[in-house]
Design a protein around this ligand. Sequence first.
Ligand SMILES: Cc1cc2nc3c(=O)[nH]c(=O)nc-3n(C[C@H](O)[C@H](O)[C@H](O)COP(=O)(O)OP(=O)(O)OC[C@H]3O[C@@H](n4cnc5c(N)ncnc54)[C@H](O)[C@@H]3O)c2cc1C
Ligand code: FES
Ligand code: FES
Length: 485
Amino acid sequence: MSPRSSIVFHVNSRRFQVSGRDCLRTLAEFLRREHGLTGTKVVCAEGDCGACTVLCASIHQAVGGRLRYQAVNSCILPLYVLDACHVITVEGLQDGAALHPVQTALVENFAAQCGYCTPGFACAMTALAEEARREGRTAVSEKKARNELTGNLCRCTGYDSILKAAQTVRLDPTRGLAERYHNTERIREFTELSARSVAIESGGVAVFLPASLEKALELRKRLPGLKVVGGATDLGVLVNKGLESPVAILSLQHVAQLRLVRRDGGWAEVGAGVTLSALQPFAEEQAPELGRLLNVFASPQIKNRATMVGNVVNASPVGDLIPFLLVSDADLTLKSADAERAVPLDGFYRGYKRTDLRPEELATAIRFRLPSAGSLTRLYKASRRKDLDISAVAFAARLELEGRVIRSARVAFAGVAPTVVRLKELEEEWTGAEFSRALFELSARRLTSLVSPISDVRGSREFRLKLCRNFLLKFHDDVRAEVAP
Ligand SMILES: Cc1cc2nc3c(=O)[nH]c(=O)nc-3n(C[C@H](O)[C@H](O)[C@H](O)COP(=O)(O)OP(=O)(O)OC[C@H]3O[C@@H](n4cnc5c(N)ncnc54)[C@H](O)[C@@H]3O)c2cc1C
Ligand code: FES
Ligand code: FES
């Protein structure tokens, strides 16, 4: 099958076909400037405020033959990632003359002041309502609303009425977006499209969406300069800030082999195409501490796109998932057209934002050890704000004990060095020692010789050191009750 030379997506049921340089435009710009869909607002342009939230359903996340609409930030989404997706904007929520139940609830609860954030809230809340309906719930709980609206800011602080609105939405069990917009012809078209690779080489850009891993690896070999794209959440921000402007793209969204998440004995394997939202239920069941951490990772809008592999390869010194993966003995599967290697994550980072990934390779999956019965794992994150914020310091530790004696120890910190680090000296000192507060207090005092955080907008060196010390002691105090007396 010859590759396609354009991408296709639908917006509020209208079909669009885009090629050339236009594929690099953001969805927000496309909606507002090209099509007058100005209900979608842009404020921060970096995924942080939710004003640009729209609903997006990818053919790859369809459930039972129905598209599943999730909230995403249109300001950081390049159009090429929307191939075979249906987007619903705030203009598409209304059903004929009737407001969507979410819009009615917002009106009835006086949940808008200046109204600039309101379309974003309406879309995020609709995603929440769609999920509640899918799960057979009749209402959205306050807890759920608080957790799931973290990606939306209201600067007029109308939160009380917004939260009330979320809880009073009258969910119609038979007529949600999934039913209203269900169209077998669309599903058929998207299914066919996603099975056929895209190769756009016109207008000074090259955009490839291979339909198989083999094709992706061939491209990586032939054109090693292509920018690999997972969820585009890191990349989208860099592009908007003018820090990167890739015009040669390899997007992995149609590679089914990369969307695998599975348990293999005591190990988990997460493919490069698995979004953090898709990972969350697995994590909650198999690695509850990771599940808990994902609750304070970014926002639903970001997690609906971001991947674990993207977090790892991005190599940020404050990547939140990396400390957990380091204490879980993770390794990355790196594939090229001619070879495959498993690289321990502890050794993958070569310096600030530098990794061992070769130009011809793709990271296809990450494997990590699941917590065994009796092992003690904790993950902590300190940021200026609980939700949707970058860590000042993140911490992970995992101990295995025999009675009160530590048999194996892993400790990792983010935010204290140019890369996330494992404290191997500390791990050695702990191994064979008796679990005691005195041991952890001694380690906390020694930390200044083991880590060297810098001062920046997220915290001073002294503040970060204090956080590190407190995390060590907190870890001891949190797990103490689980250790034999
Ligand atoms: C508003 C906002 C909030 C955020 N909050 C957090 C947070 O709380 N904690 C946190 O740690 N991060 C956070 N991030 C950062 C980001 O969302 C994560 O790092 C995310 O996991 C990146 O995944 P992605 O798939 O979107 O990566 P992408 O943006 O697609 O890619 C990131 C990098 O990895 C490379 N890459 C991706 N996949 C592959 C692959 N398979 N093979 C080779 N290279 C690859 C890309 O070339 C690129 O250099 C946030 C970002 C935003 C915009
Ligand atoms: S404009 Fe703020 S998240 Fe997109
Ligand atoms: S109503 Fe004004 S910012 Fe939310």
